[in-house]
Design a protein around this ligand. Structure first.
Ligand code: PEP
Ligand code: MG
Length: 324
């Protein structure tokens, strides 16, 4: 079985009826790209940049960041790098940030909200990203967005960073600009937000936490945490359909993206990029190659109308068993 999976490495992830799905990896450091090559990733769908900022008393400078991002770009040799801007909140109290006292850090100053509150940090990171983009394709992605106003301000920050580099005569590339959809608000407003961005990537870990009101780190309520709850699926479907209508791409970079059982649903919901742990790539590819997009579309509509995550799982298992 392992050998059969390995034979998939160089085959495209395409459904039986010809829908192409891009399979990418999640990384937390540039070195992880080299280590993942054996699995044949088509790009990086989530580069978490927190590693540069943790465990230090001062934030990394523009040049240090540029080098780290450029290392990832070079390792990808032309494949796309989706780079997420700093995503921390008061639960990870970085010493160079003046954290407020918050009762609910998960609902507080975090993700892109922090970037907008600390424009100096955001500007430095965006300048570094734009400079690294001179060496290969980068898509910049903002976490924890809920409003159109935020999206516009973040886009403007990208434009201002680019303009400042141009004024200084510093070489830079162009970047796609997208958002993580990881709040119910962003998913429900996806049709409006799709007009403002180049892509969506669904963060199912936080989307599940916020949709179900279940702290993703709490053992006490872990039994209630279920990314296949029909309420979560309904939001993902909304995102996929909104992206299709607007003609932008939508991916999934939360854990659900690397869950083979969820693949028929995600493909059917209109998701065209799945980003995951490298070890999940072959199994997900095997599922993509075994299903039809037209059938998966119908299945997705059916699943969001079910009552429980258990019913969803049962239906998905049946769907996959029928297809060998
Ligand atoms: C997510 O929320 O699904 C996600 C991919 O980001 P993180 O797990 O880093 O919050
Ligand atoms: Mg998240």
């Amino acid at each position: 079985r392992a050998r059969r999976l390995a034979a998939l490495r160089d085959l495209p992830a395409v459904t039986r009826d010809g829908r192409r799905i891009e399979l990418a990896i999640n990384i937390g450091r540039p070195e992880e790209i080299g280590a993942a090559e054996a699995y044949g990733p088509e790009g990086v769908g989530l580069f978490r940049t927190e590693f540069l900022f943790l465990d230090r008393s001062r934030p990394p400078g523009e040049e240090e960041q540029r080098q780290a991002y450029a290392a990832a770009v070079r390792a990808l040799r032309g494949r796309r790098l989706v780079l997420r801007t700093l995503d921390v909140g008061a639960d990870k109290r970085l010493p160079f940030i003046d954290w407020p006292e918050e009762m609910n850090p998960a609902l507080g100053l975090r993700g892109a909200r922090l970037g907008l509150a600390r424009p100096d940090l955001l500007r430095t990171q965006l300048r570094a990203v734009l400079r690294a983009a001179a060496e290969g394709p980068i898509s910049v992605m903002f976490p924890m967005v809920t409003t159109r106003e935020e999206v516009r301000r973040l886009r403007q920050a990208v434009e201002e960073a680019a303009a400042s580099l141009d004024r200084e005569g510093i070489p830079r590339g162009r970047v796609e600009v997208g958002i993580m959809v990881e709040t119910p608000a962003a998913a429900l407003a996806a049709r409006a937000l799709a007009r403002e961005v180049d892509f969506f990537s669904v963060g199912t870990n936080d989307l599940t936490q916020y949709t179900l009101a279940v702290d993703r780190t709490s053992q006490e309520v872990a039994a209630l945490y279920d990314a296949l709850h029909p309420a979560v699926l309904r939001l993902i479907l909304e995102v996929g359909r909104a992206a299709e209508e607007a003609g932008i791409w939508a991916g999934v970079c939360g854990e659900l993206g690397g869950e083979p059982l969820a693949t028929p649903f995600l493909v059917g919901a209109g998701i065209t990029e799945l980003s995951m742990h490298p070890r999940a790539l072959w199994e997900v590819k095997q599922v993509v190659r075994g299903i039809r997009y037209d059938e998966a579309r119908q299945l997705a509509e059916e699943l969001v109308a079910l009552a429980t995550g258990e019913e969803v799982r049962r239906r998905l298992r049946g769907f996959l068993e029928e297809r060998g």
